[in-house]
Design a protein around this ligand. Structure first.
Ligand code: GDP
Ligand code: MG
Length: 598
């Protein structure tokens, strides 16, 4: 299609402001789905997304729209996640668009991710159409929302479109605005092929599927393509577009978005941000691609059954293709055996990865206590980067420790400021800015140690503000801090996978809280189990899990076989996500106890 009649746009918003619902309405109004195919939030295809009601992956859909001027346009919609952990997905999506719809909930107003995502879009040079959503709600305040868009985001709001994504009211105006206000793509179909890979995933039946935006040139069935980062050559077997059903087509040309399947066998060959070109008529240069993403949170990942270790490696490789924002490398633990050290964008991301590995690959996993990466200068002048507490060097050889610092932007209503200030204080925060964006709405800027944020900060913030505070953050520097390693001993033996790094001033308190929580989480065994927290050789806290004697089989008196089997199966179920260390069964929750004591 002539690029003049193509519009590529993303929908960006704070979480829950209605992106997915709006996508549904746009699909319905352009006739992309019949009423029978329509189910709520069609684009959130993963079970996990539906259950949690959040979008994790960006999605891309082609719609055809005949505008009021009679011209038919091809609209490529990219739905994006809103949670701070997934902003990487957002920025990737934006790189394949010329415009964005910035959705703002008229009953909530501008939130932290509204701002963060709007800035991402502005920095990517996108044209933005503000959409004021949920105007069907009695609490909707259109003039105030417009004021906040102008004041806080700094975008003119005169062409903002008021809509209800739920009822469909006003949504047809969005379609007209897309066609008339957003620029069309600028590429040339007769130039050598340059396509930007912005997503890929592994399909059990079709193999590696790649989503790409064609910047210049043409892609067609049977074409020999070359991946410019590694020079590997493949044949295009199939290509198509998502409508959102996959529909095969013969070719894709400049400005279009679609998927292709090539003779790619190795999942690791496709790299997000890579440029695809024609092997016989290659382009001279690569597209800018994407910034490498930095992991913020690190944890060990182990299979409950150590025989499944290679299955886990396989699963990680496949999942990484779909989510290039996490990293992994082999590690081993004296307590847990062979596993992987993984880096994530945040805690929610870590939870999602663990859950996807378990569901999509049928694995039972244990995640160790999450932490951040420290830079340690040794007395001999050498510098180490340590994200695994079991690699923490001996204190006597440490010169200085630097911990990662984030700058956090918190948006809230005036009445919650008091509680939030107390919380950030407790978390070692330093105030950078305090600003009223409307008479009742406040924007706080703080520097905080990432180490404090990855634990339970988000939940605590939600609770002190009764949900009326939103948060966005990014890494901005380091502080030199007196961090210490705290070991946890189970029955007198240190368990490397339970060690954590804490600030010296809170170590004693955290140690006490941690062993107390573990005592609650470790089930009683046939014998007494001591749990101790220690810094170096100094024990700072101790609790005891008392013994029980319980033999469920004995109660069956050898009678009913099937009942016996059921009981055994039930016991086995209960053992899932438990790891035996020495003689003690330790459940997943105990490894994550550090998250529950902030
Ligand atoms: P997302 O996180 O931005 O994708 O938001 P969703 O589309 O999942 O919507 C979040 C919630 O807001 C859901 O419960 C929707 O039903 C609801 N919602 C979305 N749009 C509207 C609207 O226009 N009016 C009302 N009343 N509710 C809406
Ligand atoms: Mg959504």
């Amino acid at each position: 299609m002539d690029p003049k009649y193509i519009r590529n746009f993303a929908i960006i918003a704070h979480i829950d402001h209605g992106k997915s619902t709006l996508s549904d309405r746009l699909l319905e109004m352009t006739g992309s789905l019949t009423a029978r195919e329509m189910q709520a939030q069609v684009l959130d295809a993963m079970d996990l997304e539906r259950e949690r009601g959040i979008t994790i992956k960006a999605h891309s859909v082609r719609m055809m729209y005949t505008a009021r001027d009679g011209q038919t346009y091809q609209l490529n919609l990219i739905d994006t996640p809103g949670h701070v952990d997934f902003s990487y997905e957002v920025s990737r999506s934006l790189a394949s668009c010329e415009g964005a719809l910035l959705v703002v909930d008229a009953s909530q107003g501008v939130e932290a991710q509204t701002l963060a995502n709007a800035y991402l879009a502005i920095n990517n040079g996108l044209e933005i159409i503000p959409v004021i959503n949920k105007i069907d709600l009695p609490s909707a305040d259109i003039p105030r929302t417009k004021e906040m868009i102008e004041q806080a985001v700094g975008l003119p709001a005169d062409h903002a479109v008021p809509v209800s994504a739920k009822t469909g009211l006003g949504v047809d105006e969005i379609l007209e605005s897309i066609v008339h206000l957003l620029p069309h793509p600028k590429g040339h179909s007769d130039a050598p092929l340059q396509a930007l890979i912005f997503d890929s995933w592994f399909d059990a039946y079709r193999g590696v599927i790649v989503l790409a935006r064609i910047i210049n040139g043409r892609m067609y069935k049977g074409q020999k393509i070359k991946l410019m980062s590694n020079g590997k050559v493949f044949d295009i077997e199939n290509l198509g577009v998502l409508t959102p059903k996959p529909v095969e087509i013969e070719s894709l040309s400049a400005g279009e978005v679609g998927f292709f399947v090539a003779t790619i066998k190795n999942v690791a060959d496709t790299k997000i941000g890579d440029t695809v070109t024609d092997a016989n008529h290659p382009a001279t240069g690569m597209l800018p691609g994407f910034e490498d993403i930095k992991s913020m949170v690190f944890a060990g990942l182990y299979t409950v059954d150590s025989h499944e270790h290679t299955l886990l490696r396989d699963a990680l490789e496949k999942l990484r293709l779909n989510d290039s924002s996490f990293f992994f490398e082999p590690e081993s633990s004296a307590a847990l055996g062979f596993g992987f050290r993984c880096g994530f964008l945040g805690l929610l991301h870590m939870e999602i990865i663990q859950e996807r590995l378990e569901r999509e690959f049928n694995l039972d996993l244990i995640t160790t206590a999450p932490g951040v990466r420290y830079k340690i200068t040794m007395t001999d002048g050498s510098v180490l980067e340590v994200d695994n507490p079991s690699r923490w060097p001996d204190v006597t050889s440490i010169e200085k420790i630097e911990e990662p610092i984030i700058t956090a932007m918190i948006m809230t209503n005036e009445e919650y400021v008091g509680g939030i200030l107390k919380l950030v204080e407790e978390k070692r925060g330093k105030q950078k800015n305090f600003e009223y964006i409307t008479p009742t709405r406040v924007m706080l800027t703080y520097e905080l140690p990432l180490n404090e944020i990855v634990l339970d900060f988000y939940d605590r913030l939600k609770s002190v503000s009764r949900g009326y505070a939103s948060l966005d953050y990014h890494l901005t520097g380091t502080w030199v801090s007196p961090m210490v390693k705290m070991d946890i001993l189970v029955s007198g033996e240190p368990v490397d996978a339970l060690s954590i790094i804490v600030h010296r001033d809170v170590a004693y308190e955290r140690g006490k809280a941690l062993v107390h929580k573990m005592k609650e989480l470790i089930p009683r065994q046939m014998f007494e189990v001591a749990i101790q927290a220690a810094i170096g050789s100094k024990i700072v806290a101790r609790e005891t899990v008392t013994a029980i004697r319980k033999n469920v089989i004995a109660k069956c008196y050898g009678g009913d076989i099937s009942r016996k089997r059921k009981l055994l199966e039930k016991q086995k179920e209960g053992k899932k996500r438990m790891k035996r260390i020495g003689k003690v069964d330790i459940p997943q929750e105990a490894f994550l106890a550090v998250l529950k004591i902030g």
